[in-house]
Design a protein around this ligand. Structure first.
Ligand SMILES: [Zn+2]
Ligand SMILES: [Zn+2]
Length: 143
């Protein structure tokens, strides 16, 4: 499977080779502020699955906490991949930028303790206060 995605201004585009790992809706306060939204829908992949097709030089980077680097388009501000300095093979992908159905859907809501008070969870998915599985196990690379 090959997935493609791009930022709002389309200067940055990327390809993902193979399947995404488990998909989560992250309600942590950092994702909410980062996306300006109720939550970030994200999946993990391995670094080898990701190819920047165009515009990699336009990526801006922000250390949102120790070991976590958020990237975004320096032109249009679209939120892109997360990188983890303590797990360099892991990449967090936002599903909003994808151009295809990835073949799976969110399996849980995470960091629900930080959920926006105005957002009601009605999807019936399991709710967790943090990562339901260890961060290094969220990858799943079947292709
Ligand atoms: Zn852009
Ligand atoms: Zn989050």
């Amino acid at each position: 499977m090959k997935l493609t995605g791009r930022c709002l201004c389309e200067a940055i585009s990327y390809e993902i080779d193979g399947s995404l790992g488990p998909i989560f809706n992250c309600h942590c306060s950092k994702c909410r502020r980062w996306h300006g939204a109720a939550f970030r829908t994200r999946a993990s992949i391995t670094k080898s699955q990701l190819t920047w097709v165009t515009g990699e030089h336009l990526l801006s980077r922000f250390n949102s906490s120790d070991n976590v680097v958020k990237t975004f388009c320096s032109v249009c501000g679209s939120n892109l991949m997360s990188f983890y300095e303590n797990d360099p093979d892991l990449v967090g992908v936002p599903l909003g930028g994808l151009e295809q159905h990835p073949g799976s859907a969110p399996i849980a809501n995470i960091f629900v303790g930080s959920k926006a008070p105005w957002y009601e969870l009605t999807d019936g998915l399991p709710q967790y206060q943090e990562w339901p599985i260890s961060e290094s196990n969220v990858r799943e690379t079947k292709s």
